[in-house]
Design a binder for this molecule. Structure first.
Ligand SMILES: Nc1ncnc2c1ncn2[C@@H]1O[C@H](COP(=O)(O)OP(=O)(O)OP(=O)(O)O)[C@@H](O)[C@H]1O
Ligand SMILES: [Mg+2]
Length: 218
């Protein structure tokens, strides 16, 4: 069994969480965000998730200006940005958010659902900058999605860590197999809350794991 510290992302790494609704993506994300090596984080919560509502020790903001104020002026380290439904899918709001993260540097950006990204296959160029050129600036990204076949390929192809829960659609299962080598038949063996962890940094065969709740607060 791997210890939790062995599935943590490196300080400036990129990672993705994949799985159908209710599999435990946001729950695992909380653990990956509370990383002693990465003290600044911003969670983008476009669907006002009930799970994120329960996270403690975070500063909650409904507008991007508040996020920037809390982070820059009040030096709050852990921010959750939960916009209203209209702003959540606005390309202008998303562009400003990702531009701020990129310019700020030294931050882990968490996107709680990538299908909410504006722009289809070509999202904000600042998000692309965070993904492709963030490392030098200390920008790390963690992206969750229910539908890996429907999100920009950069997010998936730039990731060094994959946390793969069960998905329903064959197109999503195929995408996972192409990216991680985890065969569709093996994905089908995943039970509730179980996931495969695969990292291209180790090259090791994907390991099947489950988060014991309570463990991540230890
Ligand atoms: N490892 C676990 N053990 C026990 N309960 C868990 C575990 N992971 C998640 N849960 C519980 O399952 C529910 C769904 O988890 P979570 O919100 O993390 O799923 P999700 O994949 O983010 O779903 P969605 O795609 O709808 O956002 C929550 O109530 C959470 O507390
Ligand atoms: Mg979730």
């Amino acid at each position: 069994m791997l210890s939790l510290s062995q599935i943590r992302m490196g300080r400036n790494d990129r990672a993705v969480l994949i799985g159908q609704t209710g599999t435990g993506k946001s729950t695992l994300a909380e653990f990956l965000l509370h990383d002693p090596d990465k003290r600044n984080s911003v969670a983008f919560d476009p669907k006002a998730s009930e799970t994120l509502e329960k996270w403690t020790g975070m500063t909650r903001c409904g507008s991007l200006d508040d996020c920037i104020y809390e982070a820059e002026e009040k030096e709050k380290r852990r921010i959750i940005f939960t916009p209203d439904a209209y702003s959540a899918e606005s390309s202008t709001v998303q562009d400003r958010l990702f531009a701020w993260i990129y310019e700020r540097g030294r931050t882990r950006l968490y996107i709680d659902e990538a299908t909410a990204l504006a722009g289809g296959a070509t999202p904000s160029r600042y998000l692309i900058a965070c993904l492709n050129r963030g490392r030098e600036r200390g920008v790390s990204t963690l992206t969750a999605t229910q539908r890996p076949a429907r999100i920009p390929l950069n997010i998936l192809s730039e990731a060094q860590h994959y946390y793969v829960f069960k998905v329903l659609m064959l197109t999503d299962q195929k995408r996972i197999e192409e990216l991680t080598g985890i065969p569709i038949e093996e994905q089908a063996t995943l039970k509730r809350f179980e996931y495969f962890y695969w990292s291209d940094l180790t090259g090791a065969y994907p390991r099947k794991l489950i988060l014991q709740l309570g463990e991540h607060h230890a």
